[in-house]
Design a protein around this ligand. Sequence first.
Ligand SMILES: Cc1cc2nc3c(=O)[nH]c(=O)nc-3n(C[C@H](O)[C@H](O)[C@H](O)COP(=O)(O)O)c2cc1C
Length: 231
Amino acid sequence: MKKTTSTLAICAFAAGALTLAACLGRAQNNPQTSNDMNSEKITLVSPAETGATLLQALQKRSSTREYSPDGLSLEQLSGVLWAAAGENRPGRLTAPSASARYPIRTYAVLAQGIYLYDAPSHTLTRVAEGDHRRVAGMQDFVYTTPLNIMYVADLAAYEGNYSSMPEAEQLKICGMDAMAQCQNANLWACGNGLASVTRLMAPGEEFLKAIAAPSTYRFVLAQTIGIPATE
Ligand SMILES: Cc1cc2nc3c(=O)[nH]c(=O)nc-3n(C[C@H](O)[C@H](O)[C@H](O)COP(=O)(O)O)c2cc1C
């Protein structure tokens, strides 16, 4: 019985690893994308199997509001976004989502533009050129930190069975989905030498304008992630 259980566990792990490799491989083999962090479409890389244990990450997690202006490496950017919103099996993400509706659209606000993350291809696509960090938050560190993540709900995800649910209820659920994603990124960050803070304070409407968001989009949550400032 014990042997069967461990064999099953090994098979499940191997299947998971292969699926992840296939998902991420799809992104890396796409010739139209580039690893250049200034390009219109950025191909992210597979998350490296490095970093602290989950227990060590939990022990380290705290909010940071002082960052170095240095940019993240492609590996760091890739790891953070995969933790926040990546696929860990086909059609399903690292974070849970109520009724698997997946209403959250995840945007990376970099100094060179605003990018939308696509989980199946593990890529970022630029949706607004230039430095838009002013619309990513209302605290000074946001405007100089190289990565801010904006979690935006698309209420169109609730069409059908959930369309009669009041918007306030839908938004409550979106907040929970977004917080799960945000905490995944918080843990990946502090487990890999980065610092982060979860943020509600942001000019949500201005951000939605900057990305020319459809009318069903609502700002839900923000997050800053960067290299901690040296004392
Ligand atoms: C939903 C939520 C929203 C938050 N919004 C902000 C924010 O807008 N700005 C900020 O500096 N910190 C924000 N925080 C971080 C909290 O202030 C922080 O978690 C709290 O002070 C506890 O400190 P710790 O995270 O270091 O344990 C937020 C945290 C959560 C969970």
